[in-house]
Design a protein. Structure first.
Lengths: 337, 337
């Protein structure tokens, strides 16, 4: 069976996305990356590569399948939207280009012409100005698959840890009210089946972090862990999911504790992202679970402040491309674990 | 000038405290530990050492100063409370012994007969049953110094990171309401002066973690960081304290970000302890700042489940003893930085 190439979206052309894509292509052999193409932006990519001292051979293609043969010799870029931009200076034209690239790459993955989607970082507020009406790229991809936003689960994956925030972009004061049995159940089930389907873990072990310090210490510091989290975990365990908790969150990310689970389900954004970023040395990946398509992204932003200065680390982009290829291969039955 | 020995409290005798104290003494030369004595528990310590395959030479003393000469050859233990206990099986007698040891060690430090206090872990709920009416050992020591509980600031210190939780043992839902300008100011001032006095950092750099994800993203995810935290930081900076923030908490603990500050002030327990424990490999220290006496503690609990099995790691106890000695020496003007 032919394995289609991966589709990579350009990200905001004034950010670090294009230079890191160029860098990843340049290291394709050492890093053993699967073939990929970029949706648009040939001139942007050439120019971004030059800021890192590289002359990037770019070849325009008109269909994803062409990328397979060409990838070894040049970076395949779909003919289409392009432009010029100054690194570090985001513009409306740049936002339009980023949106066009994301839209095309997503459509090709949904149509099965690309094996998986890797999205470079965008500036959400700028994309909103040109008509993007989703909280983030995750929800955009879910909508393109005709899935509800809640069906897509964001997982952060580093070399030493995987975490899932059960709530994401909300004020801390709103978190306790959002932690419901329905939310925990829905996300835990998606995570358990995705770790099996996409990551080849036969019986994934889920550990749930407590909302309150020391898991509330018998209710003296909040009752949510006792009243809501614990019974929901018990119900999920009764379904056959290997899930434990609520665990005191401060002890859940030590080197020793990390050996006891495959993914930590966290109650809020910072609980999931603090340990991941503290431990992941520039190579954290944001993976979308639960959708009919595989999508990954480097776990960092546009980093306008350092774009075009040969400072950005390509580790996360390389890890995102590799992970997308592996997850897609597992879904196609091409990887045995 | 004579440097008095450190006073070490026994901790719960059924926990890992005694065996780790014995282990620290056995490694005193390799670890270059300052002289210390234990307040009571000679039999407990001998017995605990045997669970780690060590024959511990213990010598009873009647005054702290005797420890200085004897420390090289035997572990000095103040004659007094003692007993026998089974590791892993906490008892009322054990709690009474732990409280007696803590009380005596604290009194000797307050009286200037010991240079600093190192407390081994206790089980708070069990101590409460024998009359201990403080939230923890930190508040007990503050009270012994006739200080208010809020004058003692808990700092967690690992080899790669120092953090201070501004709120500690409270439910997550109560955290946003407790973050006030007065709280931030009071603790920031104590931290800034303690890092100078006890840690020899001439101009300590304080970084404040935001309460909300992405520091609230211009108020879209909570206004506390804009309305309360940011102006308080500005006021403290105007006083001459090198303080920055509020910083998005998920990015504040990366290897790169950690280079930019000496201590991170965090809004709640898990925000401070998750990164510390994720990064500190069994050698985190809990230091009490702001009191007239120096007090440290290993950053772990009684660990009843592994007591007496030669499994507990002495790294944090050794680090706590070393740090107590260094901080006390700086206060006495015996260390130049």
């Amino acid at each position: 069976m032919e394995f289609p190439p991966l589709a990579v979206s350009l990200g905001d052309p004034a950010g670090v996305g294009p230079e890191l894509i160029a860098e990843a292509w340049a290291r394709r052999e050492a890093e053993e990356l699967p073939p990929f193409f970029v949706a648009g932006g040939a001139d942007i990519l050439r120019s971004a590569a030059r800021t890192r001292g590289r002359e990037l051979p770019v070849i325009e293609i008109f269909h994803p399948a062409e990328a397979l043969e060409l990838f070894g010799h040049a970076l395949p870029v779909l003919a289409g939207a392009d432009g010029l931009c100054t690194p570090g200076q985001p513009s409306r034209e740049g936002a339009e280009l980023a949106l066009a690239s994301l839209t095309e790459a997503t459509e090709l993955v949904c149509a099965g012409e690309a094996a998986a989607l890797v999205t470079a970082p965008i500036a959400k507020a700028r994309l909103a100005e040109v008509g993007f009406d989703h909280p983030g790229q995750t929800e955009f991809v879910a909508a393109a698959c005709s899935y509800a936003p809640g069906d897509a689960v964001m997982m952060l994956a580093g070399p030493q840890l995987r975490t899932v925030p059960l709530t994401v972009h909300v004020a801390l004061k709103d978190v306790p009210g959002l932690i419901t049995p329905a939310l925990i159940q829905r996300k835990a089930r998606i995570v358990a089946s995705a770790l099996y389907r996409d990551f080849g873990i036969a019986s994934p072990r889920l550990a749930v972090a407590a909302l309150n310090p020391h898991a509330g210490e018998d209710g003296r510091m909040g009752r949510e862990d006792i009243d809501i989290v614990a019974p929901t975990i018990a119900a999920l365990a009764a379904e056959g999911i290997a899930i434990t908790g609520p665990h005191a969150a401060d002890g859940l990310f030590t080197a020793h504790a990390r050996e006891s689970y495959d993914v930590a389900l966290c109650m809020y954004h910072d609980q999931a992202l603090i340990p991941l970023k503290a431990l992941a040395f520039d190579n954290g990946v944001n993976v979308t679970l639960g959708l009919p398509v595989v999508r990954t992204s480097p776990d960092h932003g546009t980093a306008f402040a350092i774009a075009g200065q040969n400072l950005a680390n390509p580790g996360a982009t390389i890890a995102a491309i590799r992970m997308a290829g592996e997850c897609a291969a597992r879904r196609l039955g091409l990887l045995d674990d």
